[in-house]
Design a protein around this ligand. Sequence first.
Ligand code: UD1
Length: 424
Amino acid sequence: MDRILIRGGARLSGAIHISGAKNAALPLMVASLLTDETLTLRNVPDLADIGQLSSILSVLGVAADFQRSETATHTMVLRAKEIASTTAPYDLVRRMRASFLVLGPLLARMGEARVSLPGGCAIGPRPVDLHLKGLEAMGATIALEDGYVVASAKGGLKGARFAFPFVSVGATENLMMAASLAKGTTILENAAREPEIAELGTLLNLMGGRVEGIGTSTLTITGAARLGGADFAVVADRIETGTFAMAVGATGGEVELLGARPDHLGAVIPVLEKTGLTIAATNQGMRVKRNGARPKPADITTEPYPGFPTDLQAQFMALMATADGTAQISETIFENRFMHVPELARMGANIEVNGQTAIVSGVERLKGAPVMATDLRASVSLVIAGLAAEGDTIVNRVYHLDRGFERLEKKLTACGADITRLKD
Ligand code: UD1
């Protein structure tokens, strides 16, 4: 298993190209199940999760061609001329929760689907009850058999009004896609508002669908008899952007994040500014800078968009580990999303966890140590800590990183970091 070796202490300086957003690209790829025409997605990141979803889609009958490019962005061409199978098997689905998104589109197009209950990052129980309740509201019959969700809607799905009891990104996406091929109009209340949802809504409209209320918490979706192909470029990854900004916060230096969308980091930028970063929008993205002094403390609470994203909580904790003072970090989206805490502690961080809140008392300097990645975002928080630490850090279980960060070592090395992958 690959490991990453970081010799800490270098300031970051230069430019980093921000990749397309993984969490946008995944549902967009799944939307290929809704049409027999070709869907071309540009600016797709080259990540293990993207490859994993391609494998699942190809079992279902989608011809997926990933055209990698060394110089430009990568393109994914998908075509589900015919659905070859309506079963998404356990072996593939268990590795990634986002694969559960195939349920709604398969059911809407074929009137039946059998999808294994998902796995994914080990961050709390992460049930799929909202996905199922929403589809039931649209007329689906759902049973659980041998770890599989077996869904049918023989006469087709019907538009319905469904109010989410709390915000779910995945369930909103699943229902948006299902509703786009349902009969009649679906109204989703308390829907997620993440930029990734807006991306999916925009794509569905390009495919001939009708999604209204994009960017608000009420989505009105009028079903179409059929949808067509489209050509669409994936938005820049706001989580990757925030991660690199926090890395600069931890090491000091100045980096331009090319292609970044500061408007998608509305809750993050003011917090980073509070910690002492200078952030400015540029023609090409945004510039992040920190001079000299230790980061100042700032408190955060994770919330659905437009709040502070849970996917940046671990990285922010790594930044606060060396703050000149005490910061309070509260996680409200996932249970058990503090698995990076004991690993950061191995590097000398002083963090006390009390239920869903962590109190981080910044130390002057972290110390390099062997650490273990436990999930996708936790693993990159250890990289940030390692970049800022004194001495060598080895991050084990790097496959978590490869799920969500494209060419991480290369991007950081180009900015002066001393980071290498050790191949076993
Ligand atoms: C997506 C993101 C993930 C991010 C998360 C929250 C993708 C591929 N993944 O995950 O990176 O951390 O949003 O921003 O886009 N829940 C239920 N029942 C359900 C669905 C969700 O109880 O049916 C709970 C979850 O356990 C969690 C909360 O709702 O506690 C939010 O989950 P959700 O927004 O659905 O996250 P994902 O779509 O899985």
